[in-house]
Write a protein that binds this ligand. Structure first.
Ligand code: NAP
Length: 319
């Protein structure tokens, strides 16, 4: 089979293609013919080796897993002897933030990490409902949301941001989405209550108070957001912040009794997949897709994502 492959951490250009044997399934695994994956910021983080904290899991000196990829959609081709949850031909999808080597024509994966694809989605759409949505859901599960509360979502255009906006609307919150002029119409399509164009308006200078500020691109800060947070308002960011400030602020601000920072460590992927499948089946979630690249253009896809200006998800069409 054809697989993307990289032997050392570094830029996208280190990815090459190799022909290797199809993986063999163990008793508890399924063999999946991959149709699509996304190229997402988690893939970029793993491949670049830029984060020491990530390398403690993926390999300190070199990547333990040589094939990139954290999510997929595809079709079951073969079943391990103890797998009864699936049959050959089932459409499936899945995600794991430590990497599952899905950017290849075939993937052998534990049945526990494989999920039935919701109905009515293309393979491209299905794989785009996972990575951003997982972090988005972990954002909103970190606080005790109540319908009607006001939330500002900074970076509503990203994979995480576009999912946060839709998940919050589902929970009945009043959502203000912040994005660039070029993306205002696209973001209005996600049905937030209000859209702010950050080229025109600085949200922190407005006279509007929010219960939560969720920064889904890590480009704002707690101190910047404080003036528009309510007395016990919460700030959450997808990034560690300057000098990892979002970590230590999340430790001591709760003791001060006022505005606070929370930092979500994403967990429980199965719960995310179940929740997203429910929303998709109810027609309450549709992933935002920027563009698709053929498998052969994987280097271009990674380079594009690393520019930091994709809107929603970038798809890699494998077969
Ligand atoms: N904590 C975690 O575990 C975790 C996991 C994955 C990713 N992340 C981080 O989360 C962030 C978002 O990931 P993602 O995949 O959702 O992002 P993304 O899709 O790469 O986000 C791109 C969007 O960010 C917006 N943006 C870029 N610069 C901006 C700025 N200065 N101010 C406001 N908006 C800006 C752009 O929209 P406009 O053109 O509208 O500005 C662009 O559409 C990344 O920083 C990533 O490293 C964290």
């Amino acid at each position: 089979m054809k697989a993307a492959y990289y032997q050392e951490y570094g830029p996208p250009e280190l990815i090459e293609f190799v022909q290797i044997d199809r993986p063999k399934v163990e008793d508890n695994q399924v063999l999946i013919k991959i149709k699509a994956t996304t190229v997402n910021r988690t893939d970029c983080g793993i491949r670049s080796g830029a984060y020491l904290i990530m390398k403690m899991i993926t390999g300190l000196k070199a990547p333990r897993k040589k094939i990139p990829g954290t999510d997929f959609s595809g079709v079951i081709e073969e079943l391990g002897s103890s797998v009864s949850k699936f049959k050959v031909g089932d459409k499936v999808f899945g995600f794991h933030d430590e990497g599952i080597e899905s950017q290849a024509e075939y993937l052998a994966l534990d049945a526990d990490q494989t999920h039935h694809m919701p109905h009515g989605l293309s393979f491209e759409e299905a794989t785009a409902c996972l990575e951003g949505a997982h972090y988005a859901l972990n954002f909103i599960r970190k606080v005790d949301l109540k319908a009607g509360q006001k939330v500002l979502v900074y970076g509503s255009t990203g994979a995480i941001g576009s999912a946060v906006v839709q998940l919050l609307k589902y929970e009945g919150l009043h959502v203000t989405a912040v994005c660039d002029t070029d993306n205002v119409e696209k973001i209005k399509g996600l049905n937030p209550d209000r859209v702010i164009d950050y080229k025109v308006t600085d949200y922190w200078k407005e006279d509007i108070i929010y219960d939560y500020v969720f920064d889904a691109v890590g480009k704002s800060s707690f101190s910047q957001s404080k003036p528009v947070l309510s007395k016990k308002g919460v700030y959450i960011s997808s990034e560690l912040g300057k000098n990892w400030e979002n970590i230590y602020l999340s430790i001591f601000t709760p003791f001060l009794g006022g505005k606070r920072v929370k930092f979500p460590f994403p967990k429980n992927i199965t719960k995310t997949v179940e929740h997203m499948s429910k929303l998709i089946n109810q027609g309450k979630f549709r992933p935002l897709i920027d563009r698709s690249f053929p498998f052969e253009e994987i280097v271009e896809a990674y380079s594009y994502v690393e520019k930091g200006f994709k809107t929603g998800n970038v798809i890699l069409k494998i077969q």
